[in-house]
Structure formats: structure tokens, C-alpha cells
Write a protein that binds this ligand. Structure first.
Ligand SMILES: [Zn+2]
Ligand SMILES: [Zn+2]
Length: 254
């Protein structure tokens, strides 16, 4: 027997689902084929989107063409010392995957967060993430500054992390806050990005509490990895908080 509170919660969820059906018709976000309730990407489109495959840079996931028989000399991270162990994008760059990410971020199509989390799950095929699953490392989304959050209403990285947490059972900790509004990074080169981000992140109260029992490691979550400077700056804060190994997982390599 459901309590009044549970009945209200169920009713609310159903009402929201009905409202979403009106706003987002039940069709594939890419090919528009009609879908069963609750999906946003058809099986064929999902299977067709390219996952990141070897060979790729083990540190930043930059894909290399053809066979590579010696150590990969990555132009992105060869000369830099990063605070995260490695970043593992699930998907290689593709205009359709990027379109889904842009529609989530800039078009506020929040129903796309869950299928994007489904795509991000492919990163767990990487054996280097087995320890994280086994020891239940927390998922830590890259935060947005509160002014950006007000504008967008949600943090896409947190929404993707929520979908990953649902699928893996790994805890989700909003351990980081963006304390400083930074200029948009899109037009900046690597060096300028790093200077722009210095000191932009801090540990939250729930981060301080949650990370006390997560000393072994944590997984930073973001939508796209471009140069890795944002993830690097976030990793610095987590490492300073006592987390031994920080890795990163993103939906796509930019
Ligand atoms: Zn489709
Ligand atoms: Zn690299």
C-alpha cells in the first residue's frame, strides 16, 4: 500500500512524463523514427555512433589513424604534466554526437542527458576503469558557475553523471563548485585556458564529507574533453583533498 507521499510522488512523475511527451514527442532525437515511451535515441542510431577505439592517446583519448607501433606521441599532452591519471572519452568526435551534446547544453533538451549517459557507459569497456567500478569510486561532475546554472537551469555534466550513477551504482558527489566566472574557453589556446582556469574550482561541503570515504579514487565527469585543462584544474582540487587517483570520463573527445 502506497503512502500519501508516495502516491503524490508517483502522480507527479506521471504528470511530468505526460508533459514531457507533449514537449518532446516520443521519437528518435537523430532520425525521428517513432519510439516507445521514455527513449530518446533509437537502437540503430545509438549503434551507429562511433565509440572511441584504439589506437588513441592513453592520457587524453585523442584518436590516431591507422596502426601505431610505438608509443603515441600526442601533440595535446606530450609536454604537459596533468593532475589526472587519464581521461577516457567514450565516443570519438562525430557531428551527430556533438549535436546531441549541444542540444542538451544550449537547447536545454534535458531528455537527452540520459541517452548521452548511455553512450558514456561505453568508456567502462576500458579495463583501466575496472578498479573504479570494483572499489565504487564516486562520480564527480565538473561544475558550472552559479550564473551559468541560473541561465541553463541544469548542469549537463551532473545530469550525465546521474545517468551513469543509475547504470553503475557508483555514488554521485557534487564535490566541486566553480567559484569564479571564467571567460568562455572555446576561442582560447591551451596555455590561455590554463591561466583562465587557475583557482576557478573549490571543494564543496558535500565534497569534503563525501570524499573522506573515497580516498582511493574518483571519476570526474564532463560532456566533452577538448584540451583537458578544465579536468586538470578539477583534478588538482580533488588531489589536494586527499584523493589518490583521479581519472576522468567524458561522453566525447572534442
Ligand atoms: Zn534513430
Ligand atoms: Zn593526449
Amino acid at each position: 500500500m502506497m503512502s500519501i507521499g508516495e502516491q503524490t510522488a508517483t502522480w507527479c512523475r506521471e504528470a511530468v512524463a505526460r508533459a514531457l511527451d507533449l514537449v518532446y514527442p516520443a521519437e528518435c532525437a537523430l532520425c525521428r523514427v517513432p519510439l516507445d515511451h521514455g527513449c530518446a535515441l533509437c537502437g540503430e542510431c545509438a549503434a551507429d555512433l562511433p565509440s572511441l577505439r584504439e589506437p588513441f592517446c592513453p592520457t587524453c583519448g585523442l584518436a590516431f589513424d591507422g596502426a601505431v607501433d610505438r608509443a603515441i606521441d600526442c601533440p595535446n599532452c606530450a609536454k604537459s604534466s596533468l593532475r589526472f591519471e587519464f581521461a577516457r572519452p567514450a565516443m570519438t568526435r562525430d557531428p551527430r554526437t556533438l549535436d546531441l551534446i549541444h542540444r542538451l547544453k544550449y537547447g536545454r533538451e534535458i531528455h537527452l542527458a540520459d541517452p548521452l549517459a548511455g553512450l558514456a557507459m561505453r568508456a567502462f569497456d576500458d579495463p583501466r576503469l575496472a578498479r573504479a567500478l570494483e572499489l565504487r569510486w564516486p562520480l564527480v561532475p565538473v561544475p558550472l558557475h552559479r550564473s551559468k546554472l541560473r541561465q541553463r537551469h541544469f548542469n549537463q555534466a551532473a545530469e550525465i553523471a546521474r545517468g551513469l550513477s543509475k547504470r553503475t551504482g557508483l555514488p554521485l558527489i557534487a564535490a566541486l563548485a566553480r567559484t569564479r566566472r571564467t571567460d568562455t574557453q572555446t576561442m582560447l589556446g591551451r596555455g590561455a585556458r590554463m591561466t583562465n582556469l587557475k583557482g576557478a574550482f573549490d571543494l564543496t561541503r558535500s565534497g569534503r564529507r563525501g570524499l573522506e570515504t573515497a580516498r582511493d579514487g574518483a571519476i570526474l565527469i564532463d560532456d566533452v574533453l577538448t584540451t583537458g585543462s578544465t579536468l586538470d584544474e578539477c583534478a588538482k582540487v580533488l588531489r589536494k583533498a586527499g584523493v589518490r587517483t583521479v581519472v576522468a570520463l567524458t561522453v566525447m573527445r572534442g
